[in-house]
Design a protein around this ligand. Structure first.
Ligand SMILES: *Cc1c(COP(=O)(O)O)cnc(C)c1O
Length: 432
């Protein structure tokens, strides 16, 4: 199986986190997002331990909450001692309402509005990652107005190609995020930031992309960033106290995807960084990283009920389910690969190839093309899409006026709602 929390019982029925999906589908209905809470906590502890061991006691992983954002998720992160990253007022608000400690919230984004900045400063988020010089000016004015010193990191574009797909590539020189080191642009950005009285520039931030499998990407990023830290020290006597290396470790969506040993990677990265920092004659900054996908992706599974099976003779077979691009737009957006599993195994193992498609009125509403499913699959059967914990619920829409599915947490053999299903009333709630 793709992950240790996916199993089949003796009758061949699909189980997730030790619970039968058929039973969960009966209780909560479909489409249904399942989240393995035990796995989320394990993933957090994996990062926390690896960080402490490799980078020391003060290092901190931040959960990039855009991967999956709702109250119970921030509570889990608070309990585990993680920091969180937010990218909007909505995410900050949700974290605060969940009682998440303010000082461990970081606020990101390349398009923060005046209102966003006011909200973040007013609520005293621990750190704001400043994307550009325009934002720097607005933030300085707001912090001054509110009479506080705002801690900030400056987002730098190191010019590293993460060798991943274009839509999630954020570190190359010409992306829309941050300020490039090239042509001294970042040097001037830092100079301006450290001259501002209401801002405390604690250090630098970078994030080169998502779904990174290549070992060298983070090492190369460290090389560029440490060289830049050295330049800042030489030019302005500026000491980089914090360095945030972003998120991005890849996860396995299919069995032939590589397994990444994250603690081992972090250890190698830490050794590499300590060496580079020593060579540069600098002192090690506090290291932060902000994984999203690798915390929650393998903790998720989406369960659907088959509505129709179509055999277009000599062309194609379709399995149409009761969800689709509204609850998971990732194939439509990025051609993302997924593993699809039937609720029960095929009789005598007879399978056929189907396109798994959704119910939205779009030909492009495809969850995954070319998947093997039981040849006799029919209306009422269950189908599961694996590894949907990241960027599924958080990217869901109400397209076709579909209510978003509930999120059900699975913990120690029990289940409970984290987000309830949207009702027709919810769908009309904002209409005047
Ligand atoms: C999206 C994002 C992350 C998280 O990336 P993952 O691939 O989910 O680990 C971290 N940092 C920033 C700035 C991001 O935009």
């Amino acid at each position: 199986m793709l992950a240790s929390n996916i199993q089949r019982d003796q009758q061949g029925r699909l189980c997730f986190a030790g619970q039968r999906i058929e039973k969960l589908a009966q209780e909560y209905g479909t489409p249904l997002y399942l989240m393995d809470e035990d796995r989320i906590r394990l993933n957090c502890r994996m990062y926390l331990n690896a960080f402490r061991e490799s980078f020391g006691e003060n290092a901190l992983p931040l959960y990039a909450s855009k991967a999956a954002s709702f109250l119970q998720m921030y509570r889990i992160m608070a309990e585990e001692g993680m920091g969180v990253d937010t990218v909007s007022q909505g995410e900050i608000f949700t974290a605060l309402r969940a009682g998440f400690p303010t000082e461990k919230i970081t606020f990101h984004g390349d398009g923060k509005t005046d209102e966003d900045i006011r909200f973040a400063v007013e609520n005293r988020v621990g750190c704001i990652v400043v994307d550009n010089e325009t934002e720097l000016g607005c933030l300085e004015a707001e912090a001054e107005k509110q009479g506080i010193t705002q801690k900030v990191l400056l987002r730098i574009t190191p010019g590293i190609d993460p060798h991943t797909y274009e839509a999630v590539n954020t570190g190359k020189i010409d992306v829309k995020f941050g300020v490039p080191i090239a042509d001294d642009q970042a040097l001037h950005f830092v100079e301006k930031a450290i001259s501002m009285h209401a801002l405390d520039v604690e250090g630098l931030h970078c994030h080169v992309g998502s779904m990174v499998f290549d070992e060298m990407v983070f090492e190369d990023t460290v090389d560029v960033m440490v060289a830049f830290m050295k330049e800042l020290y030489n030019s302005f006597n500026f000491v980089t106290r914090k360095l945030n290396l972003g998120g991005g470790y890849g996860v396995r969506y299919r069995e032939n995807d590589k397994v990444i040993d994250i603690p081992a990677r972090i250890q190698t990265l830490a050794e590499h960084m300590k060496k580079r920092v020593a060579e540069a004659g600098l002192t090690m900054p506090m290291v932060l990283m902000e994984p999203g996908r690798s915390i929650v992706a393998d903790a998720g599974m989406t369960v659907y009920t088959v509505s129709t099976v179509k055999h277009l003779k000599n062309f194609k077979n379709y399995v149409i389910v009761d969800g689709g691009m509204a609850d998971n737009p990732r194939y439509c957006l990025y051609r993302s690969a997924y593993t699809v599993l039937p609720g029960k195994v095929a009789e005598e193992g007879r399978e056929e190839i189907f396109d798994l498609v959704g119910r939205c009125c779009e030909s492009g509403d495809i969850l995954q093309p070319g998947v093997a499913l039981p040849a006799d699959i029919s209306r009422g059967d269950l189908v599961a899409v694996c590894t949907t914990g990241a960027y599924n619920y958080s990217m869901a829409s109400n397209y076709n006026r579909l209510g978003r599915p509930p999120v059900v947490m699975l913990e120690q053999g029990k289940s409970r709602l984290a987000v309830r299903r949207e009702t027709p009333d919810d769908l009309c709630a904002l209409d005047m």
